[in-house]
Design a protein around this ligand. Sequence first.
Ligand SMILES: *[C@@H]1O[C@H](CO)[C@@H](O)[C@H](O)[C@H]1NC(C)=O
Ligand SMILES: *[C@@H]1O[C@H](CO)[C@@H](O)[C@H](O)[C@H]1NC(C)=O
Ligand SMILES: *[C@@H]1O[C@H](CO)[C@@H](O)[C@H](O)[C@H]1NC(C)=O
Ligand SMILES: *[C@@H]1O[C@H](CO)[C@@H](O)[C@H](O)[C@H]1NC(C)=O
Ligand SMILES: *[C@@H]1O[C@H](CO)[C@@H](O)[C@H](O)[C@H]1NC(C)=O
Length: 663
Amino acid sequence: MGLPALGLLLAAGLLHTQASPSARSFQLDYEHNCFRKDGAPFRYISGSIHYARIPRPAWRDRLLKMYMSGLSAVQVYIPWNYHETLPGVYDFTGNRDVEAFLDLTAELGLLVILRPGPYICAEWEMGGLPAWLLWKPDIILRTSNPAYLAAVDSWLHVLLPKIKPRLYHQGGNIISVQVENEYGSYYACDHGYLRHLLGSFRALLGSEVLLFTTDSTGAQELRCGTLQGLYATVDFGPGSNVTEAFGAQRRVEPRGPLVNSEYYTGWLDYWGEAHASTSAAWVARGLEDMLQLGASTNMQVVTRQRAQPPGQWASPLAFIPLGSGQHGPYMFHGGTNFAYWSGADYKGQYKPVTTSYDYDAPLSEAGDPTEKLFAIRTVISKFQPLPAGPMPPATPKYAYGWVALQKYADLLDVLDVLCPSGPIQSQFPLTFEALKQVHGFVVYHTQLPWDVPDPAMLGAPPHSICDRGYVMLQKEYQGTLERDGQTTLHVTGRAGDSLDILMENMGRISFGANTSDFKGLLGNLSLNSRPLSNWLIYPLAIDTTVQQGWPHTALPKSSSGGRVGPAFYTGTFETPGIAWDTFVKFPGWSKGLLWINGFNLGRYWSCRGPQQTLFVPGSVLHAGRPNNITVLELEGAPPTPLLLFLDHPLYNRTLGCSTMATE
Ligand SMILES: *[C@@H]1O[C@H](CO)[C@@H](O)[C@H](O)[C@H]1NC(C)=O
Ligand SMILES: *[C@@H]1O[C@H](CO)[C@@H](O)[C@H](O)[C@H]1NC(C)=O
Ligand SMILES: *[C@@H]1O[C@H](CO)[C@@H](O)[C@H](O)[C@H]1NC(C)=O
Ligand SMILES: *[C@@H]1O[C@H](CO)[C@@H](O)[C@H](O)[C@H]1NC(C)=O
Ligand SMILES: *[C@@H]1O[C@H](CO)[C@@H](O)[C@H](O)[C@H]1NC(C)=O
């Protein structure tokens, strides 16, 4: 499909409009450089929201606040790996019920710009691609590679039929659908792949829907990311020269609406770096400049209620979404990377993204209106009327205070529970992908093959620790090996001493050439350069076990009293009355994961920061009965293991980590 398909689309659209002007349609008007909705010129202000980062009970509240901010549309990514959890195994239930989310957008009168990938970036684990694609180690992601295309097509055949009845011209609220995401920034530059996607999207969604691409404004990106038949849009932030940026779009799309698909309102955080922030004034001024640019040429922001005659569209600044920068984020409401869903970047080194995806966005991580939201809303109100009624207030937060935890057991003492099928024997280490372990943790166990009376160097070749290895000798924690960090340790011991490495996956790279981000021990661990062998490998099913109530429902373990090394801690607390949202701080803890009532709230890494608290949505808590806390601390707990529940988050504090955290 190429030009002919687009020509057909336009011809069909125009005929359609002429035949029955009142019929539902959403189209490109190349003559007047604008969108047309139901035949009339149309533009909208949109904002991004990631349903996968928000617990389902909060969806309506967040969407309502977006609507009340004056937005007419939301941009919605669909993360493939969130729904096709294993090949051919789909999950569209509970928090993953994307159709229920889309129903809410329609109910609230919001239009939707859908971004179903298959690749989305979004700082999400592997950019939304399922890690099981890497079970075929030679697969070439985001190209015409047959194994990759087969998986994509099988997914699109499940997803897109759910979308088709929701398209605008079918009576729904989805006005346009993005194909791939910033493909021009990917090294492969495979137009055959884009052509294949165009064919699949057309076959499954029909010829009428408006399909588009989004790329940054560089010439190379626009060459590799665009294809005839897919409307080319660009993304740029408030610091960019709007004239130049739209000039870039004009070089690939000489006519049609000018579109900035992503305008960033903030930025994400990486573990170990300072908290990012973008001033409300700057974001508001950038937005106002864009709207003024139109106003100076008699442009107004036209909503569904207020269409302008075509003659007034001298400057066709078509839609002004709130959010995103060069490769992803652009958020109106970011939310939280619960469980293992945060991605990572590779910029000279591996950089994992924090659990909070607050993003310094107009709606905070907990969904509260910020100063930035009100600044943006004020700007919008200068150009179009706001919906009647007040902005819903911030939801109440509660400081539940201190909660004491008890050590339950060292991780190495509960392998039988966490790996019920038992270990896999292998001469040399196997990757998570070879073991079909998607997220989380794997233990690699062996024995010292000879006496080591003098300190010997335990190490791995470059790029083979993915991403952190907690080393235990005779079950005693020795320290941590880290990707692009410390990759050797000195150990002493005797032949036959047990050696265990707990490998942690910190999230797969979501952007760039390295998204084939295999996890685990990717090379041989060696002792004084001699490879170790004869491994017992334990893929751990921690989440399944914790969801079933463990360890709260299990018999108490007589735990060894030590405070360092990977271990589980438990505790309970009750909420007085209603279960409000809260934030939990980890005073003196090092790094690990938190579950409450079996829900995985994500990683904490207090000693590295900048994030010091995890967001606990009230919807995971139970009022009137004990809430069960489970912590997996990886390096070292404080002498008195306490958690502190606060009524506010702490996002910007970096404390020092010592290898032996609390000793
Ligand atoms: C933006 O770029 C245009 C074209 O290069 C230039 O004429 C204009 O001065 C620039 N505007 C600003 C504010 O830098
Ligand atoms: C975060 O803390 C760092 C170091 O103290 C500081 O330089 C930075 O300005 C802070 N960022 C914000 C957003 O407060
Ligand atoms: C991919 O990772 C390797 C190291 O594992 C690094 O040398 C290379 O620069 C990375 N490539 C990109 C594009 O980030
Ligand atoms: C591990 O060492 C063995 C023996 O030297 C070698 O055959 C194997 O290829 C190595 N594995 C990796 C992943 O380097
Ligand atoms: C908490 O654990 C207890 C066992 O100690 C169990 O009976 C109860 O159902 C659990 N509560 C929740 C909310 O999971």
